[in-house]
Design a protein around this ligand. Structure first.
Ligand code: SAM
Length: 278
């Protein structure tokens, strides 16, 4: 799910002494972000190239202490979402109500029409998690609500939220490409109430929102949910995506710890988008 450099590590557990679940938990602590169980073991992904050496070191410790594992790592090239977009020429239409399209697409007949030139940022609507977050936004009342879009990517979710009447909005991403790309897309869609900021959850102290949207990944969410909840006004809503069905329990447990109530679940190809209420 990265828009930067995406490193993929392929692991084989030999033998599975403590079980794949525990290996996945340990890999999570080491900084990996998503996991797929395969017949041979686990495929785990990490987003940032900077972590490469640290991860290799952690994995070697893990190997000697807890597991007998072998692994290979593979660097996956930076994704240029414009090329993906051109390959999938058709605009994305969600629930017949919202289209996400490139400037060169013809204008579809939908209530909401979002124009995105993604370049290197994630968020064209092709991905399941973006699609489901769009569905959540379409289903909920955003009129006059203050909104945080954390991990904004192309800014697509904040843009739709503004089109549905939300204001003011903060769209935050820690990646410089996404920050610059969101600025462009916000302007391209004529949004007037979105402030795009480069950074992460450490910027949130003292800020308050009626709705927080975060489509990131399991580990960042587990780390940052507490901070998001502190920014939520009473009766506020939190929408979370970027993880698989297997992670629902751990995400719900973290939200329950923060006294949030789970109210809605969307699933698409094993990806999940959850809605909570304060
Ligand atoms: C899965 S993409 C989602 C993009 C867009 N919101 C969407 O729904 O399509 C996750 C985004 O979160 C950003 N991100 C990852 N970790 C972050 C963090 N700790 N703080 C802020 N942004 C982060 C990434 O740069 C990426 O643009």
């Amino acid at each position: 799910m990265s828009n930067i450099i995406y490193l993929g590590y392929y692991f084989k557990v030999q033998p599975v002494q403590l079980g794949v679940e525990i290996l996945i938990a340990e890999l999570g602590y080491a900084g990996f972000e998503s996991f797929m169980e395969t017949e041979e073991g686990v495929t785990a992904y990490i987003q940032k190239e900077d972590y490469h050496d640290k991860i290799l070191n952690d994995i070697q410790i893990l190997d000697s202490e807890e597991f007998e594992i072998s692994f290979t790592s593979e660097e996956i090239e930076q994704v240029n979402w414009n090329h993906e977009w051109e390959k999938n020429f058709n605009p994305i239409i969600v629930d017949d109500k919202c289209s996400v399209r490139a400037p060169f697409h013809e204008k579809p007949d939908t209530e909401f029409d979002i124009i995105i030139e993604p370049k290197m940022s994630f968020g064209t609507g092709h991905h399941e998690t973006t699609h489901m977050m769009i569905q959540h936004i379409l289903k909920n009342d955003f009129e006059g609500k203050s909104v945080l879009d954390m991990g904004c990517g192309t800014g697509v979710l904040a843009i739709l939220a503004e089109m549905k009447g939300a204001k003011p909005l903060d769209a935050i991403d820690f990646d410089n490409w996404c920050y610059l790309n969101s600025l462009e897309n916000v302007e391209r869609n004529n949004c007037k109430h979105i402030k795009v900021v480069e950074g992460d959850a450490s910027l949130l102290s003292g800020r308050h929102y009626d709705i927080v949207i975060a489509n990131i990944n399991r580990n960042i969410l587990l780390n940052d949910i507490e901070t998001y909840v502190k920014t939520l006004n009473e009766e506020g809503l939190l929408f979370l995506s970027g993880f698989y069905s297997e992670d629902i329990a751990i995400i719900k447990a973290e939200c329950n710890k923060q006294d949030l109530v789970h109210v809605d679940t969307l699933k698409r190809n094993n990806w999940v988008a959850l809605k909570f209420k304060k």
